[in-house]
Design a protein around this ligand. Structure first.
Ligand code: FAD
Length: 369
């Protein structure tokens, strides 16, 4: 009845469905959630698009991907410029000349470089053994203490000197007065929210929501020639090599009705350890909203247990080795295509998921014309 059963109505599943549909293939998309869009879904509250699964800013250096998403929505000129609050002090992110001026009163890039150099030398770390040493060896002690330590410890639920150094490979340090978080050429938020994009991708495609593939696996598989699976790869194989681990998040979202502007910025990071959340997102600022009220979400990192939202894969040696075993099975499948962040056990930005989906489409239809 269907050429493809697509498990997951997130970005990967939706791009695949759109492209397959365009080629005359019949697709059924299923999702266990009660909405399409996966993690990019936005929910309207007080006429504000609330990023339900965390702040999502689209950015890419790839012109083709930018043009691809622009066929589904126009993008606004939002530029991500987060603010960090450390014990009531405000700093600009990413680390740049505005941050250095606030920290040390320096004015020129050479002064800032000198300051960082002195701190790195004073710490005397040659072979970092943990995240703390790694961060200090990259940016010195002041930035580490005020802007990295508390945030990272909250994020991972462990002390920075117990965390492996590989978590921070590089730290973006910019010696210009530029608060733009990303270096990419293209950036913005789709006007009307991400739902506009997903709705257009899935127009004309059969979609069933609130259905878990694993609860009706045989029934669904009997409906289609092939399966495109974007759920958790370990679950697909019934966890036979073990459970892949994640970090999770909890969002505390509330309507604020006594002000129309709570924090003056979409993203504010709280970098001291005493405050239990890592960020507050004020959603209206993603779209320059002028509504009378505002909506904020406090973001709390937490341990992941089965049944909770798996947000960030923990790509340490143990999990990567386990994933490799699952992937060895996956590549042998002839009727199942795996894709997206959960099936690849990888943190992907949106442009990367779209890129991966388009490569998959290309491979699929180049061989199955
Ligand atoms: P998902 O969106 O997770 O879609 C998978 C879908 O499959 C889900 O809807 C799920 O319900 C469904 N599913 C799973 N199992 C089953 C099952 N058994 N039966 C039925 N349905 C099932 N990227 C950026 O580019 N910029 C950002 O600013 C950004 N911010 C982010 C912030 C956070 C907190 C997080 C976690 C991610 C962020 N991302 C960002 C990444 C972005 O969310 C992903 O790249 C993208 O959503 C991945 O799409 P996907 O289709 O692979 O997965």
């Amino acid at each position: 009845m269907y050429d493809y059963l697509i498990v997951g109505a997130g970005l990967f599943g939706s791009v695949f469905a759109y492209e397959a549909n365009k080629r005359g293939k019949k697709c059924l998309v299923i999702d266990k959630r009660d909405h399409i869009g996966g993690n990019v879904y936005t929910e309207k509250l007080e006429n504000i698009n609330v990023h339900k699964y965390g702040a999502h800013i689209f950015h890419t250096n790839d012109k083709q991907i930018w043009e691809y998403v622009n066929q589904f929505a126009d993008f606004n000129r939002y530029t991500n410029s987060p603010i960090a609050i450390y014990k009531k002090e405000i700093y600009n992110l990413p680390f740049n000349m505005n941050t250095f001026h606030k920290l040390w009163g320096v004015v020129s890039p050479d002064q800032a470089k000198q300051k960082i150099k002195e701190q790195k030398e004073a710490a005397g770390i040659t072979e970092p053994r943990n995240l703390e040493e790694q961060a200090i060896s990259l940016v010195g002690t002041d930035i580490y203490e005020k802007l990295i330590k508390g945030y990272t410890e909250k994020q991972w639920g462990r002390s920075a000197n117990e965390l492996p150094p590989f978590i921070i490979k590089r730290l973006p340090v910019r010696f210009t007065y530029d608060n733009n978080y990303f270096n990419d050429r293209y950036q913005g938020i789709p006007i009307g929210g991400y739902n506009v994009i997903i709705e257009k991708m899935l127009a004309g495609v059969d979609v069933r929501l609130n259905v878990d593939y694993f609860e009706h696996r045989e029934e669904f598989e009997a409906l289609a020639e092939k399966v495109v699976f974007t759920g958790m790869i370990d679950q697909f194989y019934d966890y036979k090599f073990g459970v892949l681990e994640y970090r999770s998040l909890h969002f505390e979202t509330r309507i604020v009705d006594d002000t129309d502007n709570y924090q003056g910025n979409a993203v504010v990071n709280y970098t001291d350890k005493e405050i239990p959340y890592t960020r507050i997102i004020e959603h209206k600022h993603f779209e320059f909203g002028t509504q009378d009220k505002t909506v904020i979400s406090k973001e709390y990192p937490m341990e992941w247990k089965s049944g909770q939202e798996p947000y960030y894969p923990i790509n340490d040696d143990k999990n990567n080795k386990m994933y490799k075993k699952y992937n060895e099975l996956a590549v042998q499948e002839t009727n199942v295509i795996f894709g997206g962040r959960l099936a690849s056990y990888k943190y992907y930005d949106m442009h990367q998921v779209i890129g991966e989906a388009l490569v998959t489409v290309h491979n699929e239809f180049a061989t199955n014309r």
